[in-house]
Design a protein around this ligand. Structure first.
Ligand SMILES: C[S@@+](CC[C@H](N)C(=O)[O-])C[C@H]1O[C@@H](n2cnc3c(N)ncnc32)[C@H](O)[C@@H]1O
Length: 275
């Protein structure tokens, strides 16, 4: 692959952290997930990825992605022709890991990210990139026109970077336009949010989170009928997922659980159903 320089805006740069996390993990002998495409992308992008070498949170990004993959795979098992919308997709490769050959996919992100993404990926009849902010309601028309069935929206490491007022608007937009849909999202509560300047990876970039959410149940206060179907921390991952993790990762997570660190316990991975 030819080398591409990543000229990205401040919040957009954060996409390189989970991308690198997946590439590093993929090269391990006993890996949480395999992602050869992420390995290729990292090799092709001119960026100082070495700044993230050895950071514990790289594994965190991989565990988060793996849980979101499971939710998407479960959704597609129930709805093989359903629609998956990646909100703030970055250089995410979930399609490559979980597509079933029948689902409809959308990858939405800010225009400079989609421009970079288009140098690696192309649209197909089942896969469409949308250059837009998630706060710009017009993108919902594109999704609604092309998809009829049930939808899952995956907003992985995206909404915490938005101001709370914007997150409220996005939840309202999704509930209005795609009632009954699933939304996978992460939430950063005080112990995590208030220590972000010391966060091993975030402290290496300029972007900062803006939405401090102590409890994902808060979404039901904004929109009656929002139902939290699952909410996990890294120390309380679903048993089925935990049991399949490499033994050293299990040991590390057990150690984390025993410490009950606020910066770990206040970061949650959630699956909600919109009313
Ligand atoms: C930490 S990265 C996560 C990327 C991807 N979801 C993943 O897990 O690999 C955050 C992403 O959110 C995107 N983002 C931030 N604000 C956005 C907005 N208002 N609309 C759409 N995407 C946004 C960024 O451009 C970036 O790609």
């Amino acid at each position: 692959m030819a080398e591409r320089t990543a000229r990205l805006g401040t919040v957009q740069e954060t996409l390189l952290i989970p991308l690198y996390g997946r590439a590093v993990e993929s090269r391990k002998r006993d890996a949480v997930l395999r992602d050869p495409v992420a390995e290729e992308l990292v090799a092709a992008i001119d960026y100082d990825f070495a700044r993230f070498d050895g950071l514990p949170s790289l594994l965190g990004t991989v565990l988060r992605t793996s849980l979101f993959d499971r939710w998407v795979a479960h959704f597609l098992a129930e709805h093989p022709t359903g629609t998956v919308v990646e909100i703030g997709t970055g250089l995410n490769t979930r399609y490559e890991r979980t597509d079933n050959g029948r689902a409809r996919w959308f990858d939405l992100d800010l225009p400079d990210v989609i421009e970079l993404r288009r140098t690696f990926f192309t649209d197909t009849p089942r896969r469409t990139m949308i250059p837009a902010s998630v706060t710009d309601a017009a993108w919902a028309d594109t999704v609604a026109v092309h998809s009829g069935g049930p939808c899952l929206f995956a907003a992985e490491a995206v909404l915490p970077y938005l101001p709370e007022t914007d997150v409220r608007e996005v939840i309202g937009l999704l509930a209005d336009r795609f009632p009954g849909s699933l939304l996978a999202l992460d939430t950063s509560g005080p112990g995590h949010f208030d220590t972000q300047d010391q966060h091993d990876a975030l402290s290496k970039v300029d972007a900062r989170m803006q939405w401090n959410c102590a409890d994902p149940a808060k979404l039901a206060e904004w929109r009656t009928g929002v139902e939290v179907l699952a909410s996990h921390t890294f120390s309380s991952l679903p048993a089925a997922m935990y049991n399949e993790l490499p033994a050293p990762v299990q040991q590390m997570l057990s150690g984390l659980a025993a410490q009950r660190l606020p910066r770990v316990e206040d970061y949650r991975l959630n699956l909600v159903r919109l009313p």
